[in-house]
Design a protein around this ligand. Structure first.
Ligand code: AMO
Length: 428
């Protein structure tokens, strides 16, 4: 007999024998009868055991520790008073795994455990409906973003995560020993996705790892995070890239609203689909707004405080900031006078994505790198891609955890990744 999931069982099974499996969430022993709540991936089911019908099974069942894993057999009995409208009248069951007691934290207990205890016991934390819901929505976000990109001719690629070159000037890299040679974990697929623009794969995307040895210990930084990286060639300007970025965002939000209603309800998130196009605010306008209340100077970076303040002055949840000072963006960003043809996508006052048109002319790129004091010998393999036919191109990196944090109104980015890596956490 095939095991059925809780959401597969219905009228068609009433009166028939079925097999179910899951974690024992709760046991109520009333003496002659016992009720067990069994939880599987999709929901909960009630097992009803009657002592006089199978004494041994009854005894074994009521002595189980919570969260043990069982496979149970019996008749699916219609019962309006029970959740789902049916109960399993127990014939027999197998203990697939007995859980130890006490549990390091509860699954259904109302007592609040602190966040570190939750993360230390993530395998149990993930059994909670509202925690699972985050990762179901995460799955949907990646699926729908990929779907959108594929509809727009992007091909999914995988570039190296171990490298000899570092891409994002400002942030620190993790160094590793590569058979005696120094190497790094990549901070972004930046250099490789650009190199691919020289190959004829003129639209690529990658669901990628970012490894950053940043010192930040904040609610919005991880040392290992994931992103959707996009790169596209034959663009006229960064506007072409921004259209993909906002199109992808709206498509994913709309599809999640359709597919994940249950999870959004559970997380108490109500969503209005933003209208397209998203507003574009120039960095110079941002400076003007901030200078009304702060000492902010042209050329300064937008920190958390500035982003929050700015968000209070803008009536939209999602908007772009563009035309940043050239010096505030990495070497590969295409200049327009003293500005970079670059943009950030802001969601409720936090950067969730950034991108740019890139420099595609070899001489210009080398000059820019030299001006910034970079040692171009270290970038020989990257620069090679610009010598043999490189079309104009641009792209963006889109933080998956950052998006989810804002979309689901979560206070800490660590909620959005299974096993977070931060300054203090290397386990589990
Ligand atoms: P950037 O450094 O802005 O750009 O990163 C792109 C996006 O990735 C996310 N992100 C992070 N999320 C959590 N923790 C971190 N430590 C972290 N660092 C980055 C953010 C950010 O907007 N190569 C460029 C992208 C491009 O131009 O294509 C880049 O890496 O959401």
């Amino acid at each position: 007999m095939q095991r059925l999931y809780s959401n597969e069982i219905g009228e068609q099974h009433f009166g028939k024998e079925i097999k179910i499996a899951g974690w024992v969430e709760d046991i109520r022993n009333l003496g002659g009868i016992a009720f067990v709540i069994l939880r599987d991936r999709y929901g909960r089911m009630q097992i009803t055991a009657i002592k006089k019908e199978n004494k041994d099974a009854f005894k074994k069942l009521v002595s189980l520790n919570r969260e043990s894993v069982v496979m149970a057999y019996g008749i699916c009995q219609e019962n309006e008073k029970v959740m789902n409208g049916w109960e399993l009248l127990l014939k027999n069951f197998e203990v697939l795994s007995q859980a130890q007691a006490p549990l390091p934290m509860g699954v259904i207990d109302k007592v609040n455990v602190d966040f570190d205890t939750r993360l230390d016991n993530r395998i149990i934390d993930l059994r909670k409906d509202e925690v699972k819901a985050i990762f179901e929505i995460r799955h949907s976000f990646i699926k729908f973003a990929s779907e959108y990109l594929e509809k727009h001719r992007f091909i999914n690629v995988h570039t190296p995560k171990i490298t000899a070159m570092s891409s994002e000037g400002g942030t620190e890299v993790f160094r590793i020993d590569y058979f005696g040679k120094p190497a790094y974990l990549v901070q972004s697929p930046q250099l490789y996705k650009q190199m691919l623009m020289a190959t004829g794969f003129d639209r690529v995307y990658e669901i990628a790892w970012y490894f950053r040895a940043e010192q930040h210990d904040t609610t919005r930084h991880l040392n290992e995070s994931t992103a959707i990286d996009v790169e596209m060639a034959f663009i006229d300007s960064e506007e072409d890239v921004m259209k993909i970025s906002e199109g992808l965002t709206n498509y994913a939000i709309q599809k999640i609203m359709e597919e994940n209603e249950k999870q959004l309800d559970l997380l108490k998130v109500s969503v209005d689909l933003p209208s397209l196009p998203y507003p574009r605010i120039k960095y110079d306008e941002v400076v003007e707004i901030l200078q009304r209340e702060t000492e902010f100077k042209w050329g300064d970076d937008l920190g958390t405080d500035e982003e929050n303040l700015l968000a209070k002055h803008i009536d939209y949840e999602l908007y772009f900031i563009k035309d940043f000072p050239l010096e505030s963006k990495p070497f590969y960003a295409m200049p327009r006078d003293k500005y970079a043809r670059a943009f950030d996508l802001e969601f409720k006052g936090m950067e969730i994505s950034s991108g740019a048109q890139r420099i595609h002319r070899y001489n210009m790129l080398v000059e820019r790198m030299k001006n910034l004091g970079m040692n171009i010998e270290n970038f020989e393999e990257y620069l090679k891609a610009f010598r043999y036919g490189m079309p104009p191109h641009g792209g963006f990196g889109y933080g998956i955890e950052r998006f989810l944090m804002r979309f689901l109104n979560l206070g800490n980015i660590r909620e959005c990744i299974l096993f977070p890596r931060d300054r203090k956490r290397l386990t589990p």
